[in-house]
Ligand binder design. Structure first.
Ligand code: DC
Length: 220
C-alpha cells in the first residue's frame, strides 16, 4: 500500500509522515532528501550545470529509509546532516527543477517503494510519481505558520539563521516549486486536503490515521 503526502515546505509533512508511518508500521520515504542529496553533489561540482548532468547517472548516492528515519550517503560519507544545510536549502529548488534530475529521482522512488507498504512525502508524488497511490494527502498551512516551523527546525543546525531569511527562502522555494514547467507542486485531484495552520501535530496525525482506518475497513 502506497500513501503519499504532498505539500509545500514547512507544512509539517516530514514529522506527520514519520508518525503516520510509525503508527501504520510502514516505511517512511522522504523524497525531498533525495533532491537534497543531488543538490549536495551539484554544489560539490561547483554548481557547474553541465558537469553535474554529465555525472548524474554515475552518482554515488545511497539512501537508507527506515521507519521514521532517512539517512543519506555519498560514497562512504554520511551526508544526512549536510543535506539540511543552508547552502543546500538555497539551491535545492534549482536542482529539483532540472528534468534530468526529476527522472532519476522518480526512478529511485519507484524502486525504493516497489511493492512495499510505504508513506512517502514530497511535492509531485500524487500527481506524477505515484498517480495510482492508494491514498493521497495534500498537507498545507499558511506561510507564517510554515515559516515559523521551518525556522524552529533549522535553528537547531544553522545557528546564525534568522526568521526573515527562512521566510525569504520559503517564498522563493514555493514560487520555484509551484511554477516550474515539470512536475510542479500541485494537489492531485483525488488528494484529501489537510490544512494544518490551526492544528496541533497530534491532530494532523489523528486526522490522517482516521482516513487510513476508514480506507482499510472499506477495502478489506
Ligand atoms: O521537503 P524538502 O523541503 O526537504 O524538499 C526539498 C526540495 O525538493 C523542495 O524545495 C522541492 C523539492 N522536491 C520536489 O521538487 N519534489 C518532491 N517530490 C520533493 C521535493
Amino acid at each position: 500500500m502506497i500513501i503519499v503526502i504532498d505539500g509545500p515546505a514547512g507544512a509539517g509533512k516530514s514529522t506527520t509522515a514519520k508518525e503516520v508511518a510509525r503508527q501504520s508500521g510502514f516505511d517512511y520515504v522522504d523524497s525531498g532528501a533525495i533532491y537534497r542529496g543531488f543538490t549536495y553533489l551539484y554544489l560539490a561540482c561547483g554548481c557547474d550545470h553541465s558537469g553535474f548532468l554529465k555525472k548524474l547517472h554515475e552518482h554515488d548516492l545511497q539512501f537508507d529509509f527506515h521507519i521514521t528515519e532517512a539517512r543519506v550517503f555519498s560514497g562512504d560519507k554520511e551526508i544526512t546532516r549536510e543535506i539540511r544545510s543552508r547552502e543546500v536549502s538555497n539551491h535545492v529548488s534549482e536542482v529539483a527543477a532540472m528534468p534530468e534530475v526529476r527522472n532519476v529521482v522518480c526512478d529511485i522512488l519507484r524502486n525504493i517503494s516497489g511493492n512495499k507498504n510505504a508513506v512517502l512525502e514530497g511535492r509531485d508524488l500524487g500527481t506524477v510519481v505515484f498517480p495510482d497511490a492508494d491514498m493521497k494527502f495534500f498537507l498545507t498551512a499558511d506561510t507564517d505558520a510554515r515559516a515559523k516551523r521551518r525556522y524552529e527546525e533549522q535553528i537547531r543546525t544553522e545557528s546564525g539563521i534568522s526568521l526573515d531569511e527562512v521566510v525569504e527562502n520559503l517564498n522563493k522555494r514555493d514560487h520555484i516549486d509551484s511554477t516550474r514547467a515539470i512536475a510542479p507542486l500541485k494537489k492531485a485531484d483525488d488528494a484529501v486536503v489537510i490544512d494544518s495552520t490551526a492544528m496541533t501535530f497530534e491532530e494532523q496525525v489523528a486526522r490522517i490515521m482516521q482516513y487510513i482506518r476508514n480506507y482499510r475497513t472499506a477495502n478489506k
